[in-house]
Design a protein around this ligand. Structure first.
Ligand SMILES: C[S@@+](CC[C@H](N)C(=O)[O-])C[C@H]1O[C@@H](n2cnc3c(N)ncnc32)[C@H](O)[C@@H]1O
Length: 264
């Protein structure tokens, strides 16, 4: 039974890794441009994460670092950065990005699964987990690992999808992707693994039960599903307006992403 479960986890990790290895060289150009609704979500996410992050330079672990977009920002702010990712190609891109950062410290890179990160316990002042949880089957295992590496009183910024009705979400996502492929807006090659589409409530409960204190929550990604594919320009305008009003309850109903700042 345990062996079957381990094989299933290994198979999942391998598929996630293969997808990101193939995605590494195009990730930055593909995701981070303001003139699309998806791009706006990535750009604003980065902005909020940097606002939420500790200003005081310290030791920071960027887990699921991807091609090092935040790694580079953190280096520029003078942090001592440890960047971990499952994908060796993402780590290669992150190394490359870090070379252009010109921060005072040199970063450390680790190819590692987020549930077994090769850094000592009680060491980090801050951990960032951005865009990671939806790829992780056992998010409680990753939360435990984030808690292990943080020093007492250290903070983490954890990004999760803002899902209220997981069943509906799981039913609509394939249709949404098919529509995007059909009109030529995006291709989804290699996404042959299950995403973790747990509800926001489940994530928040698990964060608290893992021993974290929630300090602050920010909303971002105001895509109106299907409308953003069919009427992209209107969607970008709406997305910008809703981002501006994101502290209002009405706008929050439309957000797809949460950034949760917690303390150990
Ligand atoms: C969507 S990218 C996010 C990149 C970056 N954090 C950003 O903000 O742009 C997700 C990253 O998580 C990594 N990842 C997925 N599952 C992982 C795991 N179990 N352990 C470590 N990294 C993982 C992927 O390889 C990928 O680079």
């Amino acid at each position: 039974m345990t062996q079957t479960r381990t094989a299933a986890v290994d198979d999942h990790l391998q598929r996630v890794k293969d997808f990101h290895d193939a995605d590494a060289s195009r990730y930055r150009a593909d995701r981070y441009h303001r003139e699309t609704c998806e791009g706006l979500a990535y750009v604003t996410r980065r902005q909020i994460v940097l606002d939420m992050a500790d200003a005081k330079p310290g030791r920071v672990l960027d887990v699921g670092c991807g091609p090092g977009i935040l790694t580079r920002d953190l280096l520029r702010k003078g942090h001592q950065v440890y960047s971990a990712d499952l994908s060796i190609e993402m780590i290669r891109e992150a190394r490359h990005a870090a070379r252009a950062a010109e921060g005072p410290g040199s970063p450390h890179f680790v190819v590692s699964d987020a549930s077994r990160i090769c850094v000592c316990g009680d060491r980090m002042d801050m951990v960032l987990s951005i865009g990671l949880m939806c790829y992780v089957k056992d998010h409680r295992g990753v939360l435990a690992e984030i808690r292990r590496v943080l020093r007492p009183g250290g903070v983490a910024v954890i990004q999760v999808n803002n899902i209220r009705w997981p069943k509906l979400y799981r039913a609509l996502v394939p249709l949404y992707r098919r529509l995007k492929t059909f009109i030529g807006a995006k291709r989804y090659n290699g996404l042959d693994f299950d995403f973790n589409f747990s509800s926001r409530k489940k994530f928040l409960d698990d964060i608290v039960e893992s021993g974290f204190q929630v300090l602050h929550i920010e909303h971002y990604d105001f895509r109106v599903p299907f409308v953003d594919v069919l009427l992209p320009r209107l969607s970008v305008t709406m997305g910008k307006l809703m981002f501006g009003g994101r502290h209002r309850r009405f706008c929050r109903c439309f957000s797809h992403g949460l950034l949760i700042k917690v303390r150990k």
